[in-house]
Ligand binder design. Structure first.
Ligand code: I3S
Length: 112
């Protein structure tokens, strides 16, 4: 999917959309760099899919983003640590599955 951070520890930052392979496991979302999206000639252009960063879903909230982007099918994820991400994919059924999976995870984790 495509993702960008928009708020970092309460501070609004400039969007920087990038493609990533995303995995949800054990309440942690891990964004991985797509090797194909690495700029040519960079060291990261290997066949490896490397983790980029993780997001803890405990205490987070997620929903459809409204008026946050000109892209379609955009989700907004707010973490308990005060970061916000936009997540986007053109196929609505796929991003809807992500929304449901994240909502279920957040509900199961609770806040404590
Ligand atoms: O919310 P914005 O400012 O319209 O977001 C766009 C910008 O971040 C733009 O980059 P620049 O900061 O170089 O202008 C991105 O390329 C666009 O993708 C952003 O808009 P969308 O609507 O795609 O989220």
């Amino acid at each position: 999917m495509n993702k960008t951070k928009v708020v970092d520890n309460g501070k609004k930052i400039r969007k920087n959309w990038s493609q990533s392979w995303t995995v949800l496991h054990g309440g942690i979302l891990t964004f991985h760099r797509d090797p194909k999206s690495a700029p040519p000639g960079t060291a990261s252009k290997t066949s490896q899919i490397t983790p980029e960063y993780t997001v803890e879903l405990r205490g987070a909230s997620v929903g459809w983003a409204t008026n946050k982007s000109s892209k379609k099918n955009v989700l907004e994820l707010k973490t308990r640590q005060g970061c916000e991400f936009l997540m986007q994919y053109d196929t609505e059924s796929i991003i809807s599955d992500w929304l449901k999976a994240m909502q279920d995870t957040i509900r199961q984790l609770g806040v404590d």
